[in-house]
Write a protein that binds this ligand. Structure first.
Ligand SMILES: Nc1nc2c(ncn2[C@@H]2O[C@H](COP(=O)(O)OP(=O)(O)OP(=O)(O)O)[C@@H](O)[C@H]2O)c(=O)[nH]1
Ligand SMILES: [Mg+2]
Ligand SMILES: [Zn+2]
Length: 309
């Protein structure tokens, strides 16, 4: 019996068959995965699995097989730097929720997320939420970031769930997609779902506004069927994205504005730092690549060790 994983708590899984039947499923024994990746969670939201019925009345089942993933997004395990944790798989789009205030999302965080999305071939959209609380300083920053990311080719939407600005535009993007929502805790991911699909009633941070404590309100990733064609995955806020399996040599391929220039560098193993005849550094000097993005590239490069973590 084939099913899709809608929720994973780590020890059990909520799955749904094509016919819409919902099961509580478990893994039995030692589970071998098709792709030999080292992950702290063998199965995650979005996975297509094969199950055997355990108890029809109680709707329980055992997962016996996982089908190969078309793609996935992962993050560094918070407790073990060398391990990674898959957030969701088989996506067609990822929405990064960022806020310039309450809480502040750094450009470095956004760029890491974009690199991860590029590496796994998941088209990414950046949504800046809570624009209702932005003062002049944040409004200017928003314009600058929007120009920068749109210049590279990313879609950017400015939104306020609270004041219902830009919400419809983001909703339109969900049509026909399996969308992963990510971002720090408190940026309004669950609030967005509740605003556009009022039947869902997800738990959101109760105090109005940002408490500053960084408490996670959503605790497990969960997928929801949309009233139209498509699915959306709400996730708990994450502090940092880990770049697993990306090596230094590869990194510039995941910066779309660098990608077309790489072959013009004098050395074919150029890391675009101190090498002579570097086309990327020339493009930074000429202003075709922003210094801010180059700084992100450099910081990420520095954070990658020999093993590619
Ligand atoms: N001012 C303002 N507050 C908002 C907006 N969107 C959401 N909030 C508030 O921000 C707080 C956090 O929202 P949540 O939806 O719980 O955030 P989340 O991203 O789901 O957080 P986690 O589940 O912890 O990852 C809530 O108190 C919301 O009411 C907005 O556009 N403007
Ligand atoms: Mg939430
Ligand atoms: Zn170079």
């Amino acid at each position: 019996m084939k099913a899709l994983v809608y929720k994973s708590t780590g020890s059990w899984y909520v799955t749904k068959t094509a016919g819409g039947q919902v099961f509580n499923a478990r893994i039995k024994g030692i589970f071998k995965m098709d792709d030999a990746i080292t992950s702290t969670n063998p199965i995650d939201v979005g996975d297509e699995v094969e199950m055997e019925l355990e108890n029809e009345l109680e709707h329980t089942a055992t997962i016996t097989h996982i089908y190969p993933r078309r793609n996935y997004i992962n993050r560094q395990s918070p407790s073990h730097k060398m391990q990674h944790h898959i957030v969701a798989s088989n996506l067609t789009q990822s929405l990064l929720f960022a806020t310039l205030k309450e809480p502040r999302t750094s450009q470095g965080f956004i760029d890491r997320f974009l690199v991860t999305s590029e590496a796994y071939h998941v088209p990414a959209v950046v949504v800046f939420n809570k624009i209702d609380v932005y003062k002049k300083k944040e409004q200017e920053k928003l314009r600058a970031l929007q120009n920068m990311y749109e210049g590279i080719g990313y879609k950017v939407v400015a939104m306020s769930v609270k004041e219902n600005t830009g919400v419809d535009e983001v909703k339109q993007l969900l049509n026909n997609n399996i969308t992963l929502m990510s971002g720090h805790s408190g940026v309004g991911k669950s609030s967005f779902i509740n605003a556009v699909f009022p039947t869902m009633l997800l738990r959101t941070q109760e105090v109005s506004g940002w408490s500053g404590k960084g408490l996670h309100t959503t605790t497990f990733a969960e997928m929801f069927d949309l009233p139209f064609e498509g699915k959306i995955i709400d996730t708990p806020g994450i502090r940092e994205f880990g770049l697993v399996n990306i090596d230094k040599q590869e990194l510039s391929h995941y910066f779309p504005e660098m990608r077309p220039l790489i072959n013009n560098c004098q050395f074919n193993n150029c890391l675009h730092t101190n090498e002579p005849g570097c086309a990327v550094k020339e493009a930074v000097a000429a202003g075709y690549i922003t210094e801010d993005r180059y700084v992100s590239y450099y910081n990420i490069l520095e954070s990658i060790n020999e093993k590619g973590y």
